[in-house]
Design a binder for this molecule. Structure first.
Ligand SMILES: [Zn+2]
Length: 256
């Protein structure tokens, strides 16, 4: 049995990028720390907020809502609304999670439209209509690193900066991604170990994005920490452009 490097309990994960074996309690603590750090950088939550959380029924958004709800359980000035985009799948699971976490939900339909941009616009619009001050989505480190990699490959600097800011210029309310420092493998483990997720596979990455995802996973397995490096490179570019955010230091290779 492999033991946790922080205590003597049984380890449930080995993080190659940090060199640490962690037990359930220390793994949870590590995930929460990364989320708190991402939230701190948004400079929101100092006062009351109504937070809309995009809920898909998948592991990432379920983890996000669960952690945020627990993290702010004592803050009576912060409340949540789950926004479920009806794309034909995941709706029942998403509703189940919002009921389980006692968060009111709103279902919004794509009306047959497709595409990530349409979905993002609909999320923002529905969040606003429901009086939200901020929209949070469950994008994880892999999503962010893939996006950064893709934007670099496409030479899309403007798109790159908007990715890093977690917000597009025209968005009327801030759009935050609190899981952006948590690797996909860890959001999955968190969701499974907290009873939020049971499926083993999720669709659908296609075309160039799939190629980028495979290459990045290959880099990561040969050079642990690659995904954090990509996110860090972006944060440094932002730092040059806008100056330090709330005195925060750039991310280090092991996500700290
Ligand atoms: Zn431990």
């Amino acid at each position: 049995m492999t033991l946790c490097d922080k205590c003597s309990s049984k380890a449930i994960i080995y993080q190659r990028y940090s060199g640490m074996h962690l037990c359930q309690a220390h793994f949870d603590e590590d995930v929460h720390r990364k989320i708190r750090e991402s939230l701190r950088r948004t400079q929101l939550f100092g006062r009351g907020e109504r937070v809309a959380v995009g809920l898909s029924g998948g592991k990432d958004s379920a983890t996000l809502l669960y952690v945020l709800k627990n993290m702010f359980s004592r803050r009576r000035d912060i409340d949540f609304v789950a926004i479920i985009i009806d794309e034909g799948q995941g709706v029942a699971q998403a509703r189940l999670i919002s009921q389980m976490l006692k968060v009111p939900s709103v279902i919004s339909s794509m009306h047959g439209a497709t595409g990530t941009r349409v979905k993002a616009d609909l999320l923002i619009k529905t969040a606003q209509e429901n009086g939200a001050d901020v929209l949070a989505t469950g994008h994880n480190l892999d999503d962010e690193a893939q996006e950064v990699f893709l934007k670099f490959l496409q030479g899309d600097v403007e798109g790159l900066l908007q990715t890093s800011a977690g917000r597009r210029d025209k968005d009327p309310i801030p759009w935050i991604k609190p899981l952006r420092r948590v690797p996909e493998k860890e959001t999955r483990l968190y969701a499974i170990t907290h009873g939020l997720y049971h499926h083993r596979s999720e669709c659908c990455t296609l075309g160039w994005k799939l190629e980028v995802k495979r290459h990045l996973n290959g880099f990561e397995s040969r050079h642990p920490g690659t995904k954090y490096s990509l996110l860090r490179s972006l944060e440094r570019i932002l730092l040059l452009k806008e100056g330090p955010i709330n005195g925060a230091k750039p991310l280090s290779a092991n996500g700290k």
